[in-house]
Write a protein that binds this ligand. Sequence first.
Ligand code: ASP
Ligand code: MG
Length: 405
Amino acid sequence: MTLVVQKYGGSSLSNAYRIKHVAQRVVDVWKSGKQVVVVVSAMGDTTDNLIDLATEVSVEPEPRELDLLLSSGELVSCALLTMAIRSLGLDAVSLTGLQAGIHTDTSYGRARISRVDSARVSREISENKIVVVAGFQGVNQYFDVTTLGRGGSDTSAVALAVALNAERCEVYTDVEGIYTADPKIVKSAKKIDNITFEEMLELAAYGAKMHPRSIELAATNNMPIYVASSFNETPGTLIYGDITMMEHSVKVTGVAYDRNVAKITLRGVPDHPGIAANLFEPLASLGISVDTIVQNASIDGFADLSFTVIGSQLDEVVTQIESLKSDVGNVEIVTDRNLAKISIVGAGMLDSPGYASRMFRALADASINIEMITTSEIRITCIISEDSVSKAVNVLHQAFELEIP
Ligand code: ASP
Ligand code: MG
């Protein structure tokens, strides 16, 4: 019998009515002859509300206690959905992360799954039960509860799908799939029917709503993910396959953006070996990920070095560089916090020249200045000013003919 893992997000489970609706959907799949394992996220805004509560009782809640608290949100939806399925006359059982065998490392708040011991889930399935698992949570080696990071129940679902050798992992949410651009910005954005893991990773990293780790896990294990709405039956987006496996008629798959970008320019950096290492090692050990890095040619032994960081980390980075002046020289620090990233993503760009110049032309024609540029195999990213994001997304969407025909 085929097995599917279905994950339902918070908006799909926001109240009793919606939970009963999901229960009916699950029962329908079961009646169509498939085995079903359901992974749930917490109801509506539960996780946010729990975080608020924690900060009301403690300035700095202990990570271990915070994880136990946050994991309770998924327990509520897990038990309620199971009751709702059972009241439709089918046999169902709820399982916590521990009971479902989700083992993680010890990093509270952003734990990584180390192994899934699926024996219990398999046994329940073999007894013809629908299994409902609390997403977002696991246990570490001390059997303390951990959580996987915000949005992490996507990753729980994929991990279970892989462990159970499911046909595919289905992720149900309040939007109908993955779009060529943010539909809130581009009115003519259209839903993508199929997208490769690599493309989805680039889009996820640039603002689309799935947990990037779930895509990585699915890609590594070649587990297809189907993303669709739980509010209607409109077909969604299937994420699968390898960019090197297919010929691409569609060259650019989507346009992504990220508004939370800041740039730091260091003027008068001494041009000799070791300076970049002295600068970036301390930033890395603070957990700051540095993105686009540009160093210009040196004049009289000094160069300028620019790089981008997540906007909210800018102040921390500046403080750190101030403290590093004895190692990197008395550099002048110039910052710009009102920047954004705009990217075109598409497997078809692999080995096909000309995309970058088309992108630059489209931005130029819209009088949008490009501050920095970076690329990957299947992505071209420009750093632009934050207030031109909407315009940029729209002109690129048009330039690469992603509109609904
Ligand atoms: N409930 C958790 C969150 O809001 C996990 C999830 O939704 O996937 O981040
Ligand atoms: Mg959520």
